[in-house]
Design a protein around this ligand. Structure first.
Ligand code: PXL
Length: 277
């Protein structure tokens, strides 16, 4: 009887879309692989988690980064992709040029799977999370395989070499990165001052703006990882890019509102309890 019930429950519940996140471990679980796992699960996906690096950090700073060999990252990805029905990939901290190149090679073999990439260069409180060669490798080899790139302002400035203090420079940066990926780029506006913040989407030459009231009380740890993961789940669930972005922004804002000041530094994003998204 109990066995039959279990079987019925399994049959009746829809199979969640499978998301593969490729990211660094953050032991505070505000950002990184742990943030991805929380968001993907909460929004109705099943997360496969490929580790790229171990970071040692608290809420104040990154103390140490130990990247894994590129071949080991590639082997984890290949093993998951060969067996499991991956409907979306999220890329976070890739740590080294070697890992970036290994990941790019695998993405080239799975062109039908949408890829959302957060070009993680540094921690919220400092600390280098991608080596100098990695940046160049990302531009040349990774971007062509990416469906949506989600840089924040410092990341877009570092990737383009542009000073992004004016709106026209920001649009120029978006167009440059967009043309290199050929698909879409979302430039997040949280680093700009003001009571309102605007995320700008470049998609096949068209710009659109998403404006929200700023949530006070930061700094927050994990906003970039949480946003990119949430968008990846939405795309895997069949949402349009704009709908996936809007749902992800609502999700990040709720996680910011629920964030916890557990240490002495940044607030850790936290999953709202018992809410449907
Ligand atoms: O928020 C960017 C980020 C991504 N991934 C890992 C991190 C951080 C920030 O500290 O530690 C593993």
């Amino acid at each position: 009887m109990a066995h039959t019930m279990t079987r019925l429950l399994h049959q009746e519940s829809a199979v969640p879309p499978v998301l593969l996140t490729v990211a660094g471990s953050d032991p505070t679980a505000g950002a990184g692989l742990q943030a991805d796992l929380k968001t993907i699960t909460a929004l109705g996906g099943y997360a496969l988690t490929v580790v790229t690096a171990i970071t040692v950090q608290d809420t104040q700073r990154v103390h140490r980064v130990v990247p894994l060999p590129g071949a080991l990252v590639a082997q984890q990805m290949r093993c998951c992709l060969a067996e499991l029905p991956v409907a979306g990939i999220k890329l976070g901290m890739l740590a080294t040029a070697e890992i970036v190149l290994a990941v790019a090679e695998i993405l080239a073999q799975w062109p039908a799977v949408p890829v959302v990439a957060d070009p993680v260069l540094a921690g919220t409180g400092g600390g280098t999370l991608l080596d100098a060669g990695g940046r160049e490798a990302m531009l040349q080899h990774l971007l062509p395989h990416i469906t949506l790139l989600t840089p924040n302002l410092p990341e877009a400035a570092a990737l383009t070499g542009l000073d992004l203090h004016t709106a026209s420079a920001r649009e120029e940066a978006l167009a440059r990165l967009g043309q290199q990926s050929g698909q879409a780029v979302l430039l997040t506006g949280g680093h700009l001052p003001g009571a309102q913040l605007t995320d700008l989407l470049w998609a096949q030459g068209h710009l659109s703006a998403f404006t929200h009231a700023r949530i006070a009380g930061g700094p927050f740890h994990g906003t970039g990882c949480t946003l990119a993961s949430a968008i990846a789940v939405g795309l895997a669930q069949g949402m349009t890019m704009a709908t996936a972005i809007e749902r992800a922004q609502r999700w990040v804002r709720r996680c910011m509102q629920e964030s916890l000041a557990l240490g002495h530094g940044q607030r850790l994003l936290h999953v709202p309890q018992n809410e449907a998204f």
